[in-house]
Write a protein that binds this ligand. Structure first.
Ligand code: MN
Length: 281
């Protein structure tokens, strides 16, 4: 199931180029999408049947005619994986002459939950004089409370997957500082529930800036795969429904500038395109 939030914060299911409004089936309150969303994922097993029934009766809109919002209205936690692809590790060490660092040494870092934004919102660059890069990533959202869950069991706790941009200022500050500005975590275009993703650790992923392919990778090259990231995150903090994990970016990261357009596509999920602006002066 592809779960979207669209137009006036309605709940939609995306099917064959249409979005079907299923808000009524789950008592979705468009004026309060955060609470409605939390209710949806925490009770999804029982709500799923109601959603499926309403696919025949709900109003269908052509996908091309709707405005998509972040499929996750709000979150309390964004964990992210640093240097989680070998070739990206290599490029970062070459680009910045860093001492080699690995995910095994660094583990995960947190991004501000307020950095979250949607597939129709622009990325706002806070500085004109700081290099700010795109990072294409597979993201996923937690569906069940988890603590000390092993990688081999993680699959049962993941609600669904989406495309994610981990926008990053380069420099020596902590990752949390460099990656937590407002609009620095666009996600979308919808959530694909886990049952539709046979193997999240084998998905092709491409990122374009304007018409140029910058990143062309696959999650099969992850060092800590999706499930290992889950284990590492919940060995630290309890994971709750609605928490997000960004799994890291393949090689090809590079700067974005005012006026650019950034597009990400992930196999079996889909993609979105956002524009880039400097802070309005
Ligand atoms: Mn990243």
């Amino acid at each position: 199931m592809k779960i979207a939030i669209f137009n006036d914060h309605l709940l939609g299911i995306v099917k064959d180029n249409v979005v079907i409004d299923v808000s009524d089936a789950v008592n979705w309150i468009p004026a309060n999408p955060s609470e409605s969303f939390q209710n949806l994922i925490e009770n999804f097993d029982e709500l799923r049947g109601k959603i499926e029934n309403s696919l025949h009766t709900g109003t269908a809109y052509p996908l091309s005619s709707v405005k998509l919002h972040s499929p996750i209205p709000a979150t309390k936690k964004i964990w992210a994986a640093p240097v989680n692809y070998k070739n990206h590790q290599k490029e970062m060490n070459e680009m910045f002459n860093n001492a080699p660092r690995t995910i095994e040494e660094l583990a995960l870092f947190l991004k501000s939950p307020d950095s979250l934004s949607g597939p129709s919102e622009p990325i706002i660059l806070p500085f004109k004089d700081r290099r700010t890069d795109h990072e294409a990533e597979l993201g996923y959202i937690v569906g069940k409370k988890a603590k000390n869950v092993k990688a081999e069991d993680a699959k049962n706790y993941i609600f669904g997957y989406f495309a994610l941009l981990d926008i990053s200022i380069r420099g020596n500050e902590e990752r949390t500082w460099r990656k937590s500005f407002d609009t620095f975590t666009p996600v979308g275009p919808w959530i694909v529930t886990s049952d539709e993703i046979e193997d999240p650790n084998d998905l092709k992923m491409t990122l374009w800036v304007n018409d140029e392919v910058r990143q062309d990778g696959s999650t099969k090259h992850l060092i800590y795969d999706c499930y290992k990231c889950f284990e590492v995150a919940c060995n630290n903090m309890t994971l709750n429904p609605g928490d997000i994990i960004a799994t890291g970016t393949p090689e090809g990261v590079g700067p974005i500038e005012h006026g650019d357009s950034v597009r990400i596509e992930i196999e079996q999920i889909g993609g979105f395109e956002v524009s880039v602006y400097h802070t309005v002066e």
